[in-house]
Design a protein around this ligand. Structure first.
Ligand code: ATP
Ligand code: SF4
Ligand code: MG
Length: 352
């Protein structure tokens, strides 16, 4: 463990932090490719640390396969973890299993990308929202019915719509049902895994506004996963950029969008013409060549080196630590410098 990692871990005791994840690792064993071949391991998540404060949103962004969903599922203890620590408030989630873990489940819920496939087509909307209450034996049956009606109203549906089946709703309404179901047990944390990616552009803003209102009213914390910087800029308080199982940059929203530092972050931002608070500065796109390396045998040095436009030989020679260049702004790149106390990105998007 480096000094920087140790400093990250000491942050676990920070008041106001709801979810605290330290050095999370999720490695999936794979079948051997041949009789004498060594066993292979997919390092889907490889030393990820972050905090989600109560009532705030941390966005995790990155390309497909970077490990966003695996990170979220592991942080909720919905999939096995290889190593690391997870705390939810005062509870050491990593140490729990069985009934003790089940009791914690109502504190955290998840909303998935595809609002249709996450609903059972033969189950009425009301029953879908009620299911977690029945499963966790929350209140009396009459209280549960009352709660379901309340939840329908809270997400902008009418209580009479409980009788309908999923196919009788639009995509946006189905996502509202999923959100109502996630809220049924009064969670403190909701993981939103690409919650608007499958929706029409016109509907996206409505669902994002709904999530923002529910956050304000209920004090929810969100772990918001997306590959879309433009969506994230509107919803997050803090952002973490993932590349090949690791966080390469982590910062408060303003610091990040005002001065993205990691070459991968800069490349991701350059793909979004309207990023930067609607200033519509159209940065020209930085084209990333090639695919990310395999998570089975990730490079020992900077994992982005093979695609980085400003790589130097030293970058690939040794692991790059995630370091705090100015308070709160962490980056995993040896070429980020300070000039007069201001961090300088080694790669800047060409202006259009
Ligand atoms: N159960 C599993 N067994 C083996 N490998 C897995 C498993 N789940 C995920 N992976 C691998 O782990 C890596 C990270 O996957 P993950 O689904 O977390 O990425 P993601 O960032 O959520 O991508 P997307 O944007 O496509 O949803 C990928 O290489 C994936 O193939
Ligand atoms: S460490 Fe080197 S290769 Fe990696 S992102 Fe920074 S400049 Fe690019
Ligand atoms: Mg995913």
């Amino acid at each position: 463990m480096t000094m920087q990692d140790a400093r990250q871990i000491s942050a676990a005791a920070t008041p106001g932090v709801l979810l605290s994840v330290r050095d999370l690792q999720v490695h999936f064993p794979r079948a051997r490719s041949g009789w004498f071949a060594p066993p292979e391991v997919v390092k889907a998540v490889d030393g990820v640390s972050f905090d989600v404060p109560r009532g705030k949103t941390l966005a995790i962004v990155g390309e497909s396969g970077s490990g966003k969903t695996t990170t979220a599922l592991a942080a909720m203890r919905l999939s096995p973890i290889t190593g690391g620590q997870i705390r939810l408030g005062d509870t050491d989630l990593g140490a729990l299993d069985g009934e003790a873990l089940r009791l914690q489940r109502r504190r955290m819920q998840i909303v998935f990308q595809d609002p249709y496939s996450s609903l059972n087509p033969r189950e009425r909307a009301g029953a879908a929202v009620r299911a977690p209450l029945d499963l966790m034996s929350v209140g009396t049956p009459a209280q549960r019915s009352e709660r379901v009606a309340e939840l329908f109203t809270a997400v902008g549906l009418r209580p009479e719509q409980q009788r309908l089946f999923p196919h009788q709703f639009s995509g946006g309404q189905r996502q509202r049902i999923n959100i109502a179901r996630a809220l049924a047990t009064n969670p403190e944390l909701v993981v939103c895994d690409e919650p608007v990616s499958a929706l029409d552009i016109a509907i996206r803003a409505q669902i994002l506004n709904l999530l923002a209102r529910l956050q304000r009213e209920l004090g929810l914390a969100y772990l918001f996963i997306s590959h879309d910087m433009a969506v994230v800029e509107h919803i997050c308080d803090d952002i973490a950029v993932m590349y090949l199982g690791q966080i390469v940059e982590r910062a408060p929203r303003r610091a990040f969008f005002g001065n993205p530092l990691h070459p991968y972050s800069v490349a991701l931002m350059s793909a979004v013409p309207t990023v930067h608070g609607g200033r519509r500065h159209a940065a020209r796109r930085i084209k990333l060549t090639g695919d990310p390396p395999s998570p089975i045998d990730p490079p020992i040095g900077c994992r982005f080196a093979a695609r980085c436009p400003v790589a130097e030989p030293a970058c690939a020679a040794e692991p790059q630590p995630l370091r705090e260049v100015v308070p709160g702004h962490w980056v995993r790149c040896r070429r980020v410098d300070l000039a007069d106390g201001v961090p300088q990105a080694p790669l800047r998007a060409p202006q259009a």
